[in-house]
Each structure stands twice: as C-alpha cells, then as structure tokens.
Design a protein around this ligand. Structure first.
Ligand SMILES: Cc1ncc(COP(=O)(O)O)c(C=O)c1O
Length: 473
C-alpha cells in the first residue's frame, strides 16, 4: 500500500530537531487524525514498511508508534489484514479554557517560586544538604525498586516510624511506640487525619488568636466552627476558651513556640488545658512545627511528652526542619486512639512517598537529621542577628522562636497592602494581620523571616524594607 499523499488525512509531520522521540511524534500525529475524525473508523493504516520508507525512519520506530495506539484502543491489528482504525475510537470533547483560581490566594504568592528575602515558612534553601540527600534518595529508589513486595503499611514504613520514635524520645521528650506514629504529607495532612479520626467535622475548634492562618482555613474547610481564643505571654488563655466554647471537640495549639508570638505555653496553662480536655472529653492537637528548632537554649519538651492522660495528639512535620518539598510529616496518636488512627489512615489517608520515607529513615538512622538541626540553629541565629544589626537596635522583636523578626507598623497602617507593594521591591514580608482571627482591629506589623537571608542579599533587602517603611510614615 502506498503512503497517502501530503493532502490526505494522514500527512505526518516529523521534526527531527524536537526533543520528542520520532515514534512519539508519529503516535501524536496519528492520534490527532483519529480523534479529529480525519482518519475514519475502519480505515487501513499503511504497513510498517511503507510508512517507514515514506518517512525515512526505521521500521521498528513505526511499529512502536502503532503498538502505542493499539494499547490506547485507537487502532486494531488484524494480522495479515493489516492495522485499522478501531470502529469506535474514543473521541475527546473539545478542550475548553476555564480560569480556575489556584488555592491559597492571598496567603502564598505562588508555587515553586524561589523564596524572596523575608519570606516565611521556607527553610534556608542554600543549607539543604542536597548532595547527601540525593545520594540517600538514589539508594532508596534502588532498594524500593529491587524489592517489590505486597501492599505497604498505610501508617508508613516501619523503619521510619521506629526512627521517628527514637528521635522524639531524645529530642522532644515523647515516649511512644512506633505503632502510635502515622506518616503524613505534612502538618495539614496531620490535622485533617486527626479531624477525620475524631469525627470532629461540624463541631467547634479552639484556635489561637493570633494563630496560623493555614490552620484557620483548614478548620473552616473541614466544616468546623472556630472559637478564637486570645494568646498572652503564657500562651493560649484557657479560661477564655472555657468561657467561649467549653464543649469544643479540639484545641489546636502551638505549645512549644506559639505561632507567631513565639511564647511557650506555660506549665500552668498546660495543666489547665489538660484538665479541660479530660473534663469535656476534648482533644488537644499540638502543632510542633519547629520541633526542636528553637534558637535560644534547648527546646521545651513537647506537650505530648508531659501528658499523663493521653489527650494530646502530636503533629510533626519535616517541612520547616528539612524542606517542604519532602512532603513528609507525622502524627503521634495517644495510645487509646492509635488503632483508630491506623484504620483511618488505611482507608482514607494512607502514608505518602514510600521511597522518600526510606531515604528519610536512613537520614535519621545515620545521625544526619540531628546534625542538620544543630547546623540550622547556628545558621538562623547568625542570620537573625545580622538582620537585627542591619535594621538597627530595638527595631524588631523575635517571633516564631527566632525564625522571624516582628516589626511594628504605625497604627492604622494597612500591612496587607504594604506587603503587596513590597513584592515589587523584591522582598516578601508577611503582614501580621494575617495571623489575626477574631473580631476587632489587628495590630499592624510585618513578620520578617530570617531563614533565607544569605549574606550578600541582606543589605539590599533591608534597604528595600526601609524604603517601604519610610513611604508609610
Ligand atoms: C504554625 C505552623 N504550623 C505548621 C507548619 C508546617 O506546615 P507544613 O507541614 O505544611 O510545611 C508551618 C509552616 O509554615 C507553620 O508555620
């Protein structure tokens, strides 16, 4: 059979300069012709040899393209009768263009962007142990691929859960069994797993005010009502929470280092909160986002480590200590809930990233994680001190346990609008009002993340900030 002419429905265009393999280009051309109806059902395709001669490619290349279309049920091979277009090839509806707003508008300036100076929530990009991590990940990919086995444990790989249990005992004062640990994709996933496990949708959650805006939105999306409980120098004001919403299902707290103020929940408030949980059958969700990444002195033990009643659900993440790109975190379930958490993980929320889990297990087992944290503490201290020196004495105060500096703005300033303008100057301070949940005016201010303030970037970032502040005054 001869090749159809260029004017026929089968004019195949091959571009040898494109980085797309020739076989794939032939597949794409034929697929389009079939889906668009230029090649009708039952039409016979040229033999491999004819097509190969016509296009000046190897016979095997055409064969690969045809086999792909057979796999997609677009053509059928009938032995000596040749290859024909299937009787009822799948046709796709015409593509429509609809603008779907991306999530986190007004909170994140975009995804996969290089962090700007002062941006919060991202660890130092230049200090991630990239070579070491990629070596460990490569080994994990190989180990995982060479040992294909049955279904993985939905709670996460046992090696990683054992490593996390040892880490928590050493660094956070938590004694738990590996079977109390459930791997997640990060803090938000841990929060959603806890809400699902407790069947708390439709009920009330205590939320610190000011508090983490992502947690606020997460609780709203989970269908929970939020009771905003003010924070003072001792952390969340438990007595206020009891007044506003005594029968709340959960209290979400950043006990170790309150976000954003940085205060630790005092021992007295911890006792009051536990007493509330025992009395009202409530649960405390501890967001331990910084783990032991506390810049001044040793981090206070985690709340879950000092909970004799088993009411604290500890939620950890490797997002701030290592990298959000890892997409790994964990929950430590109280003993009484461990089985239920495992069931919910198995059926609704299995642990992600098996290969990354293996790599992380080795990273912890070989002592790299604790070493990395020690290194990060020193680096962030240096960067915070350099920022304070650059801004001038008594200008800002530490927030986020020293990972950010809080700068007050004049009363009546619109910190959100100023943060928008800051982007044009190449800096990304976070407006303090974003952390405010309840009613009433928010105190305007900026939070300046210190983690990515590399030497060489600091002076320019400070100059831009000062320019912005001068314009506001
Ligand atoms: C208060 C707080 N909780 C939790 C997280 C961690 O979230 P993820 O695990 O999604 O990185 C962050 C990160 O910015 C945070 O600021």
């Amino acid at each position: 059979m001869s090749m159809p002419s260029a004017a026929s429905p089968l004019s195949i265009v091959i571009d040898r300069d494109r980085p797309v393999p020739i076989a794939e280009q032939i597949t794409i051309n034929l697929r389009e012709a079939i889906v668009e109806g230029r090649l009708e059902p039952g039409a016979r395709l040229p033999s491999w040899l004819d097509m190969a001669t016509q296009l000046g490619v190897a016979r095997g290349t055409v064969r690969t393209a045809y086999e792909r279309l057979i796999d997609e049920s677009l053509v059928i091979s009938s032995g000596a009768a040749g290859t024909r277009v299937a009787e009822k090839p799948i046709t796709l509806p015409a593509a429509v263009h609809v603008d779907i707003p991306r999530p986190m508008q007004g909170i994140e300036r975009g995804f996969y962007l290089k962090p700007l100076p002062f941006q919060m929530g991202v660890p130092a990009q230049d200090a991630f142990p990239a070579k070491l991590w990629s070596r460990m990940r490569t080994k994990a990919v190989r180990d995982d691929a060479m040992a294909p086995v049955g279904p993985p444990d939905p709670r996460g790989h046992p090696d990683l859960r054992a490593q996390i249990a040892s880490y928590l005992a050493i660094a956070r004062g938590i004694r738990c069994l590996p079977d109390q640990i459930i791997l997640t994709s990060g803090y938000k996933n841990g929060l959603s797993l806890a809400i699902l496990t407790l069947q708390a949708q439709g009920r009330t959650a205590w939320m610190e005010d000011p508090g983490f805006p992502m947690a606020r939105r997460a609780l709203e999306l989970a269908g929970m009502s939020i009771a905003y409980v003010p924070v003072d120098a001792e952390g969340i004001q438990v007595a206020r929470g009891v007044e506003i919403a005594p029968d709340a299902a959960i209290a979400v707290v950043t006990a170790g280092q309150q976000a954003p103020t940085g205060v630790a929940l005092s021992p007295k408030r911890r006792r009051e909160l536990l007493a509330w949980a025992v009395r009202e059958d409530g649960w405390i969700i501890e967001d331990d986002y910084l783990s032991e990444l506390q810049l001044s002195g040793r981090a206070a033990p985690a709340f879950a480590g000092t909970d004799p009643n088993g009411r604290v659900i500890h939620v950890g993440s490797f997002g701030k200590t290592l990298s959000p790109a890892l997409g790994l975190g964990f929950v430590v379930a109280p003993l009484s809930l461990a089985e239920r958490f495992g069931e919910v993980a198995a059926f609704l929320n299995p642990a992600p990233n098996s290969t990354t889990q293996l790599a992380l297990a080795a990273f912890l087992a070989e002592g790299h994680y604790l070493r990395h944290l020690r290194h990060m503490k020193a680096l962030y201290r240096e960067r915070r001190d350099a920022l304070n020196a650059c801004l001038g004495m008594n200008f800002g105060v530490d927030a986020f346990a020293g990972l950010a500096v809080r700068v007050p703005l004049p009363d009546g300033s619109d910190d959100s609008a100023m943060a928008e303008r800051a982007l044009a100057l190449g800096i990304a301070p976070a407006p303090l009002s974003r952390w405010r949940g309840g009613d009433g005016p928010a105190t305007p201010g900026f939070l300046l993340g210190v983690t990515n303030l590399r030497p060489g970037y600091l002076e320019k970032a400070c100059a831009s900030l000062k320019q912005l502040l001068a314009e506001a005054n």
